[in-house]
Design a protein. Structure first.
Length: 387
């Protein structure tokens, strides 16, 4: 018998497309280009640049890629603060100045609202301090091959090691933990793994109110976001003492607490039972129901003056928007972390007689493509175009 022979396996070299002119920004942290009828979605570039693109995924009508060499750079391009910004999947826009990043986000919001909802948006995306690095107060670190903490690559389960001072967008004290897990900056200070294990409860402070939340539950990750969004919700809702207010997807009661402090009778709905229990403790004067919002909303009283909703990235959807509009509120305040989902839900609301009166946008995820919007919807007869 002949000895088995080892066969060398050589990986195919990556495909690189040269001198690609970048056309526009797209939702999701990419920019768009075209090459021989193929639409290309490219990371780590900017409109107007000419770049060489390494193709990372190719389909029949489109391809994904990353800019690997910049032939003609945007004047907004900078050296990214983080050495792994082009490798880690967390930051899409570290290669751009914060102002340029906000301008791209404003363009995405504008295009999304106009395309999917017919709503005009001519505002800017508003900055919140910190507006570049050191803003994130919740970090989840994964274990790398050597067991050390790291962050995932873009569209991958691979882990990129955290080194050289740690994650640049993380707040001081949680940028480079010793072991994997959740790291958080709270009102009582820094909480690191393993103390931040599943079920740990921490205190946050918003205005004059304490809020207890699970460290592994939902909480706005930007240091200023709870105060910024609470102020935006109250400005849009214009609550009056005695108003009946519904807070849907209420989490641990951030907005419910502010509405209660304004003199409203508050009802909240939350799908996560642990968060709903915390909301009851955080806002004892409110009434909170745990369950799927699309079904539980029907258990609320028949009419509301104010409805606030802060749905997940996928949006509220037709069932929830229809049920909300059927409550005939004076105002619906929609807090959105995805402008396309917001636009689709605004279109649904319009079919039920509600139109966007204002839409404001906030950069609460600096250096990433994410953007937070707050829309105020009122009965169409009293609404003007969003501004």
């Amino acid at each position: 018998m002949e000895d088995a022979k080892e066969t060398a396996v050589t990986a195919e070299p990556p495909q690189v497309v040269r001198n690609v002119r970048v056309l526009d920004v797209a939702h999701g942290g990419h920019c768009v280009a075209r090459d021989d009828r193929l639409v290309m979605f490219i990371r780590h570039t900017a409109p107007g640049e000419i770049v060489d693109v390494e193709i990372t995924e190719r389909k029949k009508t489109y391809a994904r890629g990353v800019a690997v060499d910049v032939i003609a750079a945007s004047p907004d391009r900078r050296l990214a603060p983080c050495p792994v910004a082009g490798t880690c999947g967390g930051c899409d826009f570290q290669h751009l100045s914060p102002a340029a990043s906000r301008a791209l986000k404003a363009r995405v919001v504008r295009q999304s609202l106009e395309r999917f909802a017919g709503v005009e948006f001519d505002d800017e995306v508003r900055a919140a301090a910190p507006d570049d690095t050191g803003w994130r107060v919740r970090m989840r670190y994964e274990a790398g091959p050597d067991g050390r903490p790291g962050l995932r690559r873009h569209r991958s389960h691979d882990v990129v090691a955290v080194h050289d001072g740690g994650c640049r967008i993380a707040a001081a004290g949680i940028a480079c933990p010793a072991v994997p897990g959740i790291a958080a900056l709270t009102a009582d200070g820094v909480v690191l793994p393993p103390a931040s294990g599943s079920g740990a409860i921490v205190r946050e402070r918003v205005g004059q109110r304490d809020v207890r939340v699970r460290v592994d539950g939902f909480w706005q990750p930007h240091l200023a976001a709870p105060d910024v969004l609470t102020a935006a919700v109250l400005a849009a809702a214009e609550p009056r003492p005695g108003d009946q207010a519904f807070d849907l997807y209420c989490g641990a009661g951030l907005f419910a607490g502010a509405l209660a402090d304004a003199g409203c009778a508050v009802w909240g709905v939350e799908g996560d039972r642990d968060a709903a229990a915390l909301a009851r403790a955080n806002v004892p004067q409110g009434t909170f129901l745990a369950g799927d919002v699309s079904h539980t909303v029907r258990r609320l009283p028949g009419r509301a003056d104010i409805v606030v909703l802060d749905p997940p990235r996928s949006g509220a959807g037709a069932a929830v928007m229809g049920a909300v509009c059927a409550k005939l509120p004076r105002v619906i305040v929609y807090v959105a972390c995805d402008p396309v989902a917001l636009a689709r839900d605004l279109a649904i609301a319009r079919a039920h007689g509600y139109a966007a009166d204002t839409v404001t946008a906030y950069d609460l995820f600096p250096n990433t493509h994410h953007v937070e919007c707050v829309a105020a919807l009122r009965p169409a007869a009293t609404s003007a175009s969003a501004r």
